[in-house]
Design a protein around this ligand. Structure first.
Ligand SMILES: NC(=O)c1ccc[n+]([C@@H]2O[C@H](COP(=O)([O-])OP(=O)(O)OC[C@H]3O[C@@H](n4cnc5c(N)ncnc54)[C@H](OP(=O)(O)O)[C@@H]3O)[C@@H](O)[C@H]2O)c1
Length: 200
């Protein structure tokens, strides 16, 4: 996001860890002048839009503790509930059907959208070449879907796709272990691309 000019506050439970990661990113891409600043999780939640990027089992509790600053804002959930047994990646279905639904329940005043689940971090972070992928977005709030799709479309090579209401997050999240399985088998960093779809 920083590479396309979005001002980012990198949240963390520890400001020092956020600063360390911010410094690593700036040092890795010195010519990019990435507009990324370190912060704590509260600082990230006070931003215009927040992406929740904790492990799946910490996402709802993290958001619940930030309900007030997230109120009325778009919150993007990218967590995938899964476990690994040997070489097998297994989806875990959370009690509310998806992590995104749990986040929406934890912050009922926020406008939760689910997105970014199928993008391998290493490939997305390789700023020297664009990543070609479609990003499925779902939400019960039209504004959250529109803002999230617009954000995704700013990143060269990515297409944001409106995949419907938040109930779609169950299937979107559960598909990630399939992708991980494929990437493990083929030693790839594959994501998804839909065919025969004309986007406005
Ligand atoms: N990695 C990928 O390729 C990828 C792709 C798509 C979606 N995702 C999803 O994105 C999320 C983040 O993935 P990741 O690979 O970046 O995970 P990660 O490195 O394990 O965790 C990200 C950050 O979450 C914070 N965190 C860890 N445990 C926490 C806890 N108990 N409570 C609150 N914060 C905690 C940590 O930051 P601090 O210690 O600094 O607070 C950590 O650096 C996951 O839900 C994953 O399913 C990942």
């Amino acid at each position: 996001l920083g590479s396309v000019g979005v001002e980012v506050i990198l949240g963390s439970r520890s400001y020092e860890r956020a600063k360390d990661i911010t410094d690593q990113l700036r040092n890795r891409w010195p010519d990019r002048q990435l507009p990324i600043e370190p912060g704590d999780n509260l600082a990230a939640a006070e931003a215009e839009l927040t992406v929740v990027a904790t492990p799946w089992d910490a996402a709802a509790t993290t958001v619940a503790s930030l309900g007030k600053p997230l109120s009325g804002k778009v919150v993007i959930s990218m967590a995938n509930a899964l476990t690994r047994l040997g070489t097998e990646f297994i989806p875990l279905i959370p009690p509310r059907g998806s992590i995104a639904a749990g986040i929406q329940q934890a912050a009922p005043q926020a406008m939760v959208a689910a997105a970014f689940h199928h993008l391998p971090a290493r490939e997305l972070g390789a700023l020297d070449h664009p990543m070609e992928a479609d990003v499925l977005v779902c939400s019960d709030h039209a504004e959250a879907t529109a803002v999230t799709v617009e954000l995704i479309n700013r990143i060269t090579g990515l297409r944001g796709i409106d995949a419907g209401p938040l109930s779609a997050a169950t299937a979107i999240e559960a598909f990630t272990p399939v992708l991980l399985q494929i990437n493990h088998r083929y030693r790839s960093q594959a994501s998804i691309r839909l065919t025969n779809i004309k986007l406005a």
